[in-house]
Design a protein. Structure first.
Length: 259
């Protein structure tokens, strides 16, 4: 318990909109020095999402996020040798030859990722992957209705029998999008800053931050606190790096489920 108490004692408070008091790389050093191998495996599980996003970035010929498990060189090697990363990623890349086709169907990778991670973990990780999947489904529906897009196409890789997916799809012919009851507060926050992509992005960041914080705040000595802190730090880092020029781009990434 000593190492967990140590981490809970030294991790500085975080707040969306304020410069992060700790670098992500420094947090990883603390983790490596104080967490057990089984706990570091949970850290890698969260960072796997960044690895998948980084593969998508490579397909786009865009910069990668350095917070993933793998460096750009390691990603290249993993893709060439088809190892380290999940099989469903390689399957998608093999099924579509062009970058445009791969990007058009890359959402399928995230859908499978969240499903498998939710099914294979317990405790905080299971809650976290479920939460991340749910708000992405909701925002995909919201964006489709707002922009007059095809809601069914936006959720084409989701299981239509999943309660939340079914609830969102049921609104395909509705005049406007109504957020599910348990996410009504998110809907209010998004609508309050409607028309301002940057403020919508920040509202989403604050919402995610608060939900994770509430989930782990009563477990100061558990690995859950360390995992939750890492997630919150990434949210804070992303929000702090936001500027008005990138506002629209970042909001689009959020509602497409790629953040």
């Amino acid at each position: 318990m000593g190492h967990k108490f140590f981490l809970g004692s030294v991790l500085p408070p975080l707040k969306v909109g304020i410069e992060p008091p700790l670098l992500f790389e420094d947090l990883l050093i603390l983790f490596r020095e104080n967490l057990k191998p089984s706990e570091m495996k949970k850290v890698r599980a969260i960072r796997l999402l960044l690895d998948l996003k980084n593969v998508e970035a490579l397909v786009k010929k865009a910069p990668i996020d350095p917070r993933g498990n793998l460096t750009e060189k390691e990603l290249d090697e993993a893709l060439v040798n088809q190892e380290t990363l999940p099989p469903y990623l390689f399957e998608l890349l093999d099924n579509y030859e062009t970058a445009a086709e791969q990007l058009a169907h890359f959402e399928k990778v995230y859908v499978i990722f969240f499903k498998e991670m939710e099914e294979s973990h317990q405790g905080f990780l299971r809650w976290y992957f479920s939460f991340e999947r749910d708000w992405r489904i909701i925002l995909a529906g919201y964006r489709a209705k707002k922009l007059g897009g095809d809601l069914l196409k936006a959720l084409q890789y989701e299981n239509p029998s999943h309660p939340l997916v079914a609830q969102v799809i049921a609104q395909k012919d509705a005049p406007f999008f109504e957020f599910p009851f348990e996410y009504a507060d998110l809907g209010e926050k998004i609508e309050e800053v409607r028309g301002d992509p940057m403020e919508q992005y920040l509202a989403m960041a604050k919402y995610r931050f608060k939900k994770v914080e509430e989930k782990v705040q009563d477990h100061p000595f558990a690995i859950d606190l360390s995992l939750g802190y890492m997630v919150m730090l990434m949210i804070v880092e992303d929000a702090y790096a936001l500027d008005e020029k990138k506002g629209q781009e970042n909001l689009n990434e959020v509602v497409k489920g790629n953040l």
